[in-house]
Design a protein around this ligand. Structure first.
Ligand SMILES: [Zn+2]
Length: 249
């Protein structure tokens, strides 16, 4: 009977995903960023067109999309959190700093590292003299606090239609600090996110004067951060509601 009582009074646990989103919000708030959300059912305009991905653009193939019926309305489940960039620009104007954690959807086969629904972290900072150096500074500070160890970031050229230039951002391995280990595949670096300077066309779609303002944007998988922070190496475990996972936090 005693044990039964104990069972009843057991404390609940926050899901690791919630813990990470809370941490992310706390760190970015200290740097002056607002936290925003947006709709998961999006229009083609916000998810694609106004992000410089028109219907004919081959880059659309980068996002396998769940379209909603009736097709003539062209509604979809958002494939990234980037539409919130536009919604926030329209609402707040420049200058601005915002991060957007949220669910996104992809029409793809699922396995240990892919799910049809997962969490993304979007970030956007727009100011008069914003540059990639600001991006590097802000994100190095964020990751150093998030992983509780000093990290450096390197940028490699990449392509996303809504930024110019586009980059992939890596950080020094949080386990071996750059020496080389199994986590970083002996490279000393960990791939973390896509980013870049917001394309002038996207700023204009958001109602912001691209001659006066510049901005950086980034998108990262929160599940990926969970792999690195907590060692949750199978994405499906995060979403199946198994209490054996949650009870460890
Ligand atoms: Zn390493």
């Amino acid at each position: 009977m005693k044990d039964e009582g104990k069972e009843k009074n057991k404390k609940g646990h926050l899901h690791p995903m919630t813990l990470m989103v809370n941490d992310i919000a706390t760190i970015f708030r200290k740097m002056g960023f607002a936290i925003a959300e947006g709709p998961e059912i999006e229009t083609e305009h916000y998810n694609f067109d106004a992000l410089n991905i028109p219907e004919w653009h081959p880059a659309r193939d980068m996002w396998d999309t769940f379209w909603l019926k009736p097709l003539k309305d062209r509604k979809l489940l958002r494939t990234h959190t980037s539409p919130v960039q536009l919604r926030y620009m329209e609402k707040m104007g420049a200058p601005l700093r915002v991060v957007v954690p949220g669910k996104v959807y992809r029409h793809e086969a699922t396995d240990a590292t892919h799910e049809a629904q997962f969490y993304q972290l979007e970030g956007l900072m727009i100011e008069e003299n914003c540059s990639l150096a600001h991006f590097k500074g802000v994100l190095e500070q964020f990751f150093s606090e998030f992983f509780n160890t000093k990290v450096s970031m390197r940028l490699r050229p990449s392509y996303f239609p809504f930024v110019e230039p586009g980059v992939e951002a890596d950080i020094t391995c949080i386990k071996c600090e750059g020496i080389g280990c199994s986590m970083c595949k002996q490279t000393g670096w960990i791939e973390l996110m896509g980013a870049g300077m917001v394309h002038p066309k996207v700023l204009e779609w958001g109602g912001i004067d691209s001659k006066k303002y510049k901005g950086f944007a980034f998108g990262a998988g929160i599940d990926r951060l969970g792999v690195l922070k907590y060692g949750i190496d199978n994405i499906r475990i995060s979403y199946n509601g198994d209490l054996r996972l949650t009870n460890q936090f």
